[in-house]
Design a protein. Sequence first.
Length: 448
Amino acid sequence: MSGIVSKFGGTSMQDALCIKRSAELCLKRKSNIVVVSATAGTTNDLIKLGEVSEKNQLVEAKGLLQKIEQKHLQIATELGLADSYVKQVQLLLSEMDSISRGISLLQDCSAKARDVLVSLGERLSSVLFTGALEQKAVGQKVQLLDVRTVLKTDDTFGRARPLVSEIAKRCESLIKDLNSVIYVTQGFIGQTLNGATTTLGRGGSDYSAALLAEGIQADVLEIWTDVAGVSSTDPRIAPEAVVIDEISFKEMSELATFGAKVLHPATLLPAIRQNIPVLVASSFEPEKPGTWVRREVKNLPLIRALALRKKQTLVTLSTPEMLHSHGFLYQLFKVFNDHRISIDAITTSEISVSVTIDNADTLSQQVISDLEKVADVQIEKDLSLISLIGNNINHTPGLAKKIFETIADVNVRMICYGASRHNFCFLVDESHGVSVIQKLHQKFITNS
Ligand code: ADP
Ligand code: ASP
Ligand code: MG
């Protein structure tokens, strides 16, 4: 198979005008599969709805239900959608109402129930988009595909992992008419083999699109968003950030993993496996060239981009028993593994190990007490992880000196250097994170 998979993020779906513009873009680009996110803000509202329903806060729940309902019905009206689409929207809205009621009655919003509830964001937006695209795609067949029939996952609700070979099989059997049909489907959501709805984690629509691109062995994956491509750092932090014309898979994987929200960190895994080039561009300014993410790129600068990842926790584990002994690291990592906690950066000394984890991977009392069985545990919160991403980083003399001279007044808590050609990262106090990025951007990008 082959084809183009185009994904539209929440802001590209935020109102009738954006949906129309995105639909026109699909036709212009000759997209074969269109993957959509929920309309902007809806996933947050659905998560909040789950929380207030669980606490039986009926007034707040009613307010959120009405907000989501009005937003989607208004878009349907403004788009002038056919009755059949409006009915589908209404059915989904009444499903939302019932689930919220069920959660209130049970006063329990399990991860499994939450996934069903939040799946409604993408299920609603995909109906709106299909209707809008059908109006414009004269002479072409448009089909709404329930992605759950294809995108099979394990049962880690809230952060489900895809079952890649199952997805490939279903792509082959269910997405058959790529030459004559434009398929519109949902990002972010999936389904276990037993039929339970799952989600891939926040921002996961990029990942869904990449998995489908892999499933159909697409020629191109397009990520349409609200910025004109991948920039040298988050443009909200440094307005002088410049859009990168092309970046390698390896650099972009590091950039996404270390904080650039523009792509979900797992997005490139399927693209790398199938060597599918990825275009990141703005649906608001589609005439701009955007950023190409590819296996091979022409330029390989020392520092290409900077990323900031906030809300990091540093866990330092120490024990004199580590001196000249073996197996200590195994025991520690086993605890993190048993609790499915992902570690980002690590440094070790003779008797201690420091690891960083994202605050989202909460350190429960159980994790701490399991770690305490092996070592003394020290926890520092509210840190920011600063990453410089580029090429040949661990073979360039004088780089560390330049970095730390630029931010000489800031206390650095932990440094990770040497393991990757593409990344140099360190931790600073959260209050310094933004200014450190700004200073380093000035030094390594603007003035380089
Ligand atoms: P979407 O809803 O389209 O998925 P996101 O909000 O998830 O969009 O991602 C786009 C946002 O990512 C941009 O608005 C921008 O603020 C942020 N961002 C962070 N780092 C970068 C970067 N290096 N380049 C471009 N955008 C970035
Ligand atoms: N709607 C989901 C979220 O807000 C997924 C996505 O937009 O990528 O996290
Ligand atoms: Mg996103």
